[in-house]
Design a protein around this ligand. Structure first.
Ligand SMILES: [Zn+2]
Length: 402
């Protein structure tokens, strides 16, 4: 196994490396471990032979991955003009409630295999909760850096696992810089889940593999992915390319209108993504301005274009509507970022950018529990009742009919 630079192609030995030593480009894992996996293993490590970890005793797992793929026909029927098939890949079913567990399980296992004594992670919340949980399970110290305005639910979860939680004022990219410096200073592995850690990103190709298996080889036409810097876009594209017999769906990168650096470049036909100045959105999971690492966005933009896909921005109000749609039509409880692909689907259908008969997979990346405060701000059919009489008065004849 080796690490390869996606820009200049230079090869590096398998180590805790975060950028190409020649050009600073993104590194990716080349080759597979061929790890022998017992038949009793469940979750993504069933496919451990395709990952880069060679020492099975280093694996840190909470049985992540192998998440359900729900047919969402009621949600599909509620989206105007849609006559195709809609599936929701429910990544909230991962151990800490988001898809980040896939990256973190792979990266912390590799960090342990390579002898790391501790881990650091910059996070908008979900990756931090995941790193905190897996570090606890591994018995490793963890330092998590989050923007100070991160939703309470996410910070509470991080602290619960016993990690050291640092709240940094300002946008996500400032936390990113601090984590980088702390990793260097302490000699800890950096598990930040942008494109920084190739061992983490590599595990996301298994999302594509799972989708192929769950759809019995019938690739979808479009996969809609909530997108900050974009590792999940790479995972889906790479997974279908490697395991899908060449049928790669169109990758749709979904961003929030209040933080949409990749969409802006896509719409302008630009070759390079530029950082976003001042992120402002309820979708905390994709509120990443890419300041200092806009090249990550450029790489993702290239992948989107290679598949014939699009990058699309959705307003916070459209995200709120999508959250209610998933919850009330399908019983699926998502945080804003997790519902953003549904908002994007409605928009792209209305614009004619996705045909009405498309076969669409939406990735629901994070759990509604993560952002209870946002959900509390939504309209609800909830009432205080003191006794039966009050309940009957409220509900009318539906209860008192006898
Ligand atoms: Zn390079």
């Amino acid at each position: 196994m080796e690490l390869r630079c996606v820009e200049c192609g230079r090869l590096h030995p398998p180590a805790l490396l975060y950028a190409c030593e020649a050009c600073g480009g993104i590194l990716e894992v080349m080759g597979e471990s061929g790890l022998a996996v017992p038949a009793s293993v469940r979750g993504m490590w069933r496919h451990g032979a395709h990952l880069g970890i060679t020492d099975a005793s280093a694996i840190v797992s909470l049985e992540e991955g192998d998440t359900p793929l729900h047919v969402a026909s009621r949600a599909a029927a509620a989206i105007p003009g849609f006559r195709g098939m809609l599936w929701v890949k429910d990544e909230t079913r991962n151990p800490t409630g988001s898809f980040k567990d896939r990256l973190v399980s792979a990266a912390i296992s590799k960090a342990r295999e390579l002898g790391a004594k501790g881990v650091v992670c910059a996070s908008s919340g979900n990756a931090g909760a995941s790193v905190a949980a897996y570090a606890a399970r591994a018995g490793m110290p963890a330092i998590i850096v989050v923007p100070a305005h991160t939703p309470d639910g996410k910070m509470t979860q991080i602290a619960a696992y016993g990690a050291r939680l640092l709240k940094m004022p300002g946008h996500y990219s400032r936390s990113y810089d601090l984590a980088m410096a702390l990793a260097r200073r302490n000699g800890f592995a950096n598990l930040t889940t942008t494109f920084l850690n190739p061992w983490a990103v590599d595990a996301l190709k298994l999302v594509g593999l799972e989708l192929m298996q769950q759809l019995e080889g019938q690739a979808p036409t479009h996969v809609l992915v909530p997108t900050g810097s974009g590792p999940l876009v790479k995972g889906v594209v790479q997974g279908f390319a490697e395991f899908g017999g060449g049928a790669v769906p169109r990758a749709v990168a979904v961003q929030a209108a209040g933080c949409a650096p990749i969409v802006r470049a896509f719409e302008q036909g630009a070759g390079e993504v530029e950082a976003w100045d001042a992120p402002n959105t309820i979708a905390s999971g994709i509120s990443d301005p890419l300041i200092g690492y806009a090249g990550d966005g450029t790489y993702t933009l290239r992948l989107v274009r290679q598949t014939g896909g699009v990058a699309v921005a959705v307003e916070d109000e459209e995200i709120r509507a999508a959250m209610r749609l998933l919850a009330q039509q399908e019983g699926l409880y998502a945080e804003p970022t997790g519902a953003s692909p549904i908002a994007a689907l409605a928009k792209l259908l209305a614009e004619g950018a996705i045909p009405p008969d498309a076969r669409v997979v939406c990735l629901m990346t994070g759990h509604g529990f993560k952002d209870a405060a946002l959900w509390r701000s939504m309209p609800a059919d909830a009432h205080e009742v003191a006794d039966l009489a009050a309940a009957e008065a409220l509900l009318g004849a539906t209860v008192s009919g006898a």
